[in-house]
Design a protein around this ligand. Structure first.
Ligand code: EPU
Length: 301
């Protein structure tokens, strides 16, 4: 989708929005897959309502692109303009045990910055790739914790009111890898509250998580993390492994030998290769175990 109208291009410049035409999503996602479209990089989130208004007036469909680490995008010319919050100037602000952090900030870096201020609790999230906003929207979790446990407020562009709102955590539904945010809500920042802990203790916990992750996940390959959610009381990775599907290949996509719930783009996979592999594995799990696996990765087709 191209932003062509000279009037819109001029309006974007006035809002200090960077127009990046014809970007390849393969360059913006950790899977390294996806077609082309225009990306609008927003430097001042307060302009979001105005931007949405301008795009709607031109009839341009839009989606929001965060860190791209949990996303499987189709090939070809994409039918949406993508909005993306600039990742520059995303230093967290501290006040006692409270932290205000931009949605565009890198999640792992945020964990480290908090540790330097003797604020812990979130060590388990250290190796989760992507942005704070993506983690909020998906309620990211690992090693026994979920980000929702530490959220006090979220500031977002709320599609329903077409305005920026700050909502208390109690007004948000946080579930396993799912939240009550609408698909077209856009995270702007979060207010977290973290427990105080000695830096050395946090650092040691971070080291343990990093080592566990390195030992059990294919961190050197292109992936989108876990492909399927775990069904209640069961492990998708374990079931896929038990069926002997590690190393199973479809086109350029392969079931990781290191963790069976990670599908890696090893041989220039296309979106169709990955989608085909997802369907194949889902079917095998249904036949063998009776579970209908739900995708954890976000699919844009
Ligand atoms: N297992 C196997 N074979 C495999 C993979 C796992 O037998 O190929 C077994 C493990 O030995 C373990 C069990 O399955 O007994 C669970 O595995 P693991 O501890 O790796 O956790 P997981 O349930 O597969 C979840 C999250 C991960 C997160 C880890 C660590 C989901 C879908 N996945 O994985 O999150 O990093 O726990 O806490 O909830 C993600 O969200 O993208 C993601 C990778």
């Amino acid at each position: 989708m191209q932003v062509e109208s000279p009037k819109l291009v001029a309006a974007l410049a006035e809002l200090k929005i960077e127009h990046r035409p014809g970007e390849r999503l393969a360059d913006w996602t950790s899977l390294g897959v996806g077609g082309r479209t225009d990306i609008l990089v927003i430097h001042e989130p307060r302009h979001l309502p105005e931007l949405v208004h301008l795009l709607d007036a031109e009839g341009l469909p839009r989606r929001f692109l965060g860190g791209g680490s949990n996303l499987l995008v189709r090939e070809g010319e994409l039918p949406w303009v993508l909005l993306h919050l600039s990742t520059k100037e995303t230093q967290p602000e501290f006040e006692g045990r409270r932290v205000k952090v931009a949605a565009a900030a890198d999640l792992g870096r945020t964990v480290t910055e908090c540790a330097r201020r003797n604020l812990g609790g979130v060590e388990g999230l250290i190796g989760v790739p992507g942005s704070v906003g993506g983690a909020l929207r998906m309620n990211a979790g690992a090693y026994g914790i979920e980000i929702s446990q530490f959220v006090k407020t979220v500031t977002l562009y709320r599609a329903a009111s077409r305005s920026i709102e700050t909502v208390p955590a109690a007004a948000i539904g946080f579930h396993y890898r799912h939240t009550s945010f609408a698909a077209d809500d856009i995270m702007i920042s979060a207010g977290l509250e973290l427990p105080e802990r000695p830096y050395e203790e946090i650092r040691a916990a971070i080291k343990v998580c990093n080592e566990k992750r390195r030992a059990s996940q294919p961190l050197n390959e292109k992936s989108a993390g876990c492909i399927f959610k775990n069904p209640p009381g069961a492990s998708a990775g374990k079931m896929i492994d038990e069926l002997g599907l590690k190393g199973h290949r479809l086109g350029g996509a392969v079931v990781s030998e290191r963790h069976a719930n990670f599908f890696v783009n090893r041989f220039q996979a296309t979106a169709d290769d990955l989608l085909g592999l997802i369907d194949f594995v889902r079917q095998r799990i249904r036949q063998a175990f009776g579970y209908e696996l739900e995708e954890e990765v976000i699919v844009w087709t």
